[in-house]
Each structure stands twice: as C-alpha cells, then as structure tokens.
Ligand binder design. Structure first.
Ligand code: FES
Length: 107
C-alpha cells in the first residue's frame, strides 16, 4: 500500500478542492477521481469500470452517486457499488483529512 498526501494543511486542502466538483488527481502514474462533500472526501478510480470512459466528466447526484457520461451507469461514490448498470464496482481508495493534508492510500 502506498500513501500520498495532498496539500500541507487541512484548510489548504479544503480551499483547494471545492465541494461537489469532480477532480482529476495524478498520484504517481495513477489517475484517480476525488470528490469533496463537506469535510468528507471520496477517492475512486477515474475511469468507468464499464468501458473506461473518464468519470471526471461524469455527473454527481444529490444521492452521492456518480453518473458515467457515456452509458449513464451509476456508482455510489462511498462504497463504489454499481447502482444502475451491469459491470463491476468502482475501485475506491481510503483517505483521511488530517492537519497536514489529505492522506490517500492506494493498494
Ligand atoms: S463507459 Fe461508463 S457506463 Fe459505459
């Protein structure tokens, strides 16, 4: 498991990542998607498990789901579970907002 730290403080991370937008983050050679709801962050694979379309262009619903722009499959960003569609679940990444930044763990 690899640990990455985004930013240098909690307040800097909160300023850097506006709420409810979908961010593309590069961690080494991996690209992940990051969403903030309040002080909770959700990190998940940036490409759709169905056909690999970028979820960065997806739509976030009020129910905490992301809708893929291509075939409109839906995934719960908290658990990664596919809610509408027939493909595998989203890979999600553990993270924690700390006083020294946002820690993200990749397997
Ligand atoms: S590529 Fe995402 S739903 Fe088909």
């Amino acid at each position: 498991m690899k640990t990455f730290t985004l930013g240098t403080s909690k307040s800097q991370v909160l300023e850097m990542i506006p709420e409810r937008s979908i961010h593309k983050i590069h961690l080494d050679e991996k690209v992940i998607a990051l969403v903030r709801l309040g002080e909770i962050f959700y990190a998940f694979q940036a490409d759709c498990p169905h056909r690999g379309t970028s979820l960065i262009e997806g739509t976030l619903t009020n129910r905490g789901e992301i809708i893929c722009p291509l075939h409109k499959y839906r995934f719960e960003i908290k658990s990664g579970k596919v809610k509408v569609g027939s493909c595998g679940d989203l890979e999600i990444y553990q993270n924690e907002l700390t006083e020294v930044g946002l820690k993200i763990w990749l397997p």
